[in-house]
Design a binder for this molecule. Structure first.
Ligand SMILES: NC(=O)c1ccc[n+]([C@@H]2O[C@H](COP(=O)([O-])OP(=O)(O)OC[C@H]3O[C@@H](n4cnc5c(N)ncnc54)[C@H](OP(=O)(O)O)[C@@H]3O)[C@@H](O)[C@H]2O)c1
Length: 250
């Protein structure tokens, strides 16, 4: 039986771990050709091997999406290798938490560069390719942190509110080119994301949140939501998906 995404050509940013890796595997499982982008090429190679071992098609690109030229080359080269572009999943992201007062401003630059600029650069490169190809899907991975802001998360909130707002404005512009836009807002997902935090207060707060929540989401839980959105018939647009663990209070 043909998969739901047979014949589609998809780019996934941040495909070396977590949600991006799960989305790439899920897309391939549903029959899509996938281009995987991230900085850790060795990790991407492992995922690509898994995909091709299962009979799928994967292309690997080492890329820092915060570098405009690199992001553009990645999208254009991936589309050229796949013979076109139907889906862009803007998933690459970084979450470095802590209070504004006394923060390491380099961490702010990293989050703005990856979570916002990286997403904008990839989108900018993908839009003409999709328009010329007759349409497509852009899936932006925001967060529950893009809907409600909390102390200790200000700059991550800033980036994810930005992704949510950008997604809605882009939706209104892109629909005339038959490009659908989906904003996905995960709650607590068990990935490497939280592990980049070193501030002991933040680490403790994350662990407390995990304990309060109980069973958190897996990356596959979010990948299913992405496949659901992209797999809809052409006249149906799933514009926003908020997925929390059932026990997550906020
Ligand atoms: N986990 C959660 O609870 C949660 C909740 C809500 C939203 N999200 C969002 O989900 C998305 C995926 O995160 P995740 O949870 O799957 O975490 P993850 O396992 O840490 O994955 C993040 C991905 O982003 C990539 N990345 C980071 N900086 C990059 C850069 N400069 N250029 C290219 N790729 C870069 C990483 O790859 P390299 O390091 O190899 O470059 C990695 O593949 C993020 O946007 C995150 O904000 C996660």
């Amino acid at each position: 039986m043909a998969g739901a995404l047979e014949g589609r050509r998809a780019i996934v940013t941040g495909a070396s771990s977590g949600i991006g890796a799960a989305a790439a595997l899920a897309f391939a499982h549903e029959g899509a050709a996938v281009a995987l982008g991230a900085r850790r090429k060795d990790k991407l190679d492992g995922i690509a091997e898994q995909i091709s071992g299962d009979g799928g098609t994967a292309h690997v690109f080492g890329v820092d999406v915060g570098d405009e030229g690199a992001a553009r080359s990645f999208v254009e080269d991936a589309a050229a290798e796949m013979g076109g572009l139907d889906v862009l999943v803007n998933n690459a992201g970084v979450m470095l938490l802590g209070p504004v007062d006394g923060a390491d401003t380099e961490e702010w630059r990293t989050m703005v560069s990856v979570n916002l600029l990286g997403l904008l650069y990839c989108t900018h490169a993908a839009l003409p390719l999709m328009r010329e190809g007759g349409g497509g899907d852009i899936v932006n991975v925001s967060s529950v942190a893009g809907r409600s802001a909390n102390a200790g998360s200000a700059v991550y909130n800033l980036t994810k509110f930005g992704v949510t707002a950008f997604s809605e404005a882009l939706r209104q512009e892109a629909l005339y080119s038959k490009i659908r836009v989906t904003c996905v807002e995960p709650g607590f997902v068990d990935t490497e994301l939280q592990g980049h935090n070193t501030n002991p207060v933040v680490v403790e707060a994350i662990e407390k949140m995990r304990e309060t929540t109980g069973k958190v989401l897996s990356a596959d839980d979010i990948a299913r939501a992405v496949v659901y959105a992209v797999g809809q018939p052409a006249h149906v647009a799933i514009n926003e998906i908020l997925v929390r663990p059932a026990g997550q209070p906020r």
